[in-house]
Design a protein around this ligand. Sequence first.
Ligand code: HEC
Ligand code: HEC
Length: 361
Amino acid sequence: MILTQFLARMSTVVLVFVLVLGASSGKPRSNRVAPKNLSETGLYSDIVTKTISPANLMFSPQYPLWSDGARKKRWIYIPPKQSIDAKRVDDWVFPVGTKLWKEFSFGKKVETRYLEKVGKRVWIFAAYAWNENESDAVQVPEAGSRNHVEISPGIRHDIPGIIDCKACHEGQGRDVVLGFNALQLSPERDPNAPHAEQVTPEMINLKNLVDQKLLAHLPKRFTVDPPVIAANSARERTALGYLSANCGGCHNSTDPLSTLGMYLKRSVDISPAAAKLELETVIGHKSKYQIPELDDDQSYRILPGDPSKSAIIYRIATRNPYRQMPPIGTKIVDTEALDLITKWIQEDLVNKNGEQQLTHK
Ligand code: HEC
Ligand code: HEC
C-alpha cells in the first residue's frame, strides 16, 4: 500500500518533470554541441595540408559584412540528397545537418566561425581561434575572446561571444544564415560593392545551386532574372546593398527591432510600391536617435542632400561604443563605405533643382 502510494507520487513527479521540460523549449531540442577543435567539424579533409573536404562548397556574398578589414573565406555543407527550401525567396530554410564556416584572417588565420543546424530552427554557434602555427583552431569560451590579436596599432580584434553572434544572426522564426541567400549569391554581382572578394570558379552562386538541384521551390523568375537591388543609380544600388547586408540583419520589418520602424534590409521579393514604403522609413525620415551636435528634432535617419543631419552617417562614422553602428563586431570605421554613402546622400538623393526628394516627419 505504502509502496503503491510512493510509486503513484513518484510517477506524478516524473510526469510534472516531463511536462515542464517539454513545455520549456517549445521546439525540438538537441544535445549536440560544437566539437572542441575546428578539425572535428568536417571543414577539412586534411587540416595539415588545409585541404577543404570536397563535400563543402565555397561561396562569397556580393555585399560582405565589414569586419575591420579581415580577409574572409566561407563554406557551406548541405547534407547528401537534401536541398534548401527557397520558396520564401528572402528567407531560405536549410535542411537539418547544414553547416557553415567563415574564416577570418588579418595577415594570418585568426578565427573561424561555425554554424550548424541541429533541429528545426535550432542552430549551434561556435568560434574557433587558430593557434600560433595554424595547425588547428580551438573553440573559444562562450563569452568569446576579447582583445584577441592586434590588427592595427593600438586596436585589437575581439572574437565575439555567442550572445553577440545571436544579436546579429537570430531573428523572428527564420533561419540564422545571413550571407547565403538569393540576393547575396546573385550571379549578377554589384561590381562596386565595398570589400567584395574576387569571384573564383569554385565559388557557388544562385545558378549553380539551381543546376545542382540544391535549391527547392525557387520561383522560376529568379533563375531567368537574377536578383538585383532596384535603384536610380549604380551608386544607389551599392549603398542600399551595403546597408542591407551590414545593417539589415537587425534593421528590418520582421525581426524584433522592427518596432524601431527603420527598414534597411532589401527584399528581392516585394513589389516596387512596398519597397518604396520601406525606403521611406529611412530616407527623409526623422531619427529617434538625436545626433549629439544638433538641436533637438534636427536629426534624420537620412536627410537627402545633408549627410551632417543624417544619423546613419553619424553612427557609421563613430566608434564610440555607445553610438557606433553596427553596435558590435567592429572597432575601425569603414571609410570606403562611409564615403560611398555620404556621396549617395549628398549627390544622388537631391534632384536637379537641388530640392530634397522624399521628406516626411
Ligand atoms: C556584427 C554582426 C555579426 C556578428 C557579431 C557575427 N556575425 Fe556572423 N555574419 C554576419 C553577417 C552580416 C554575415 C553575412 C555577410 C558576410 O559573411 O560577410 C555573417 C556570416 C556568417 C557566417 C557564414 C554564413 C552566413 O550566415 O552567411 C558564419 C558561419 C557566421 N557568420 C558565424 C558567426 C558566429 C559563430 C558568430 C559569433 C562568434 C558571428 N557570426 C558573429 C554578421 C555577424
Ligand atoms: C546587432 C544589431 C544592429 C545592427 C547590425 C545595426 N544596428 Fe542600428 N540599431 C540597433 C539598435 C538596438 C538600435 C536602437 C538603439 C540605439 O539607437 O542605439 C539601433 C539604432 C540605429 C539608428 C537610430 C534610428 C532611430 O531612428 O533612432 C540608426 C541611424 C542605426 N541604428 C543605423 C545603423 C546602421 C547604418 C547600421 C549598419 C552600418 C546598423 N544600424 C546596424 C542595432 C543594430
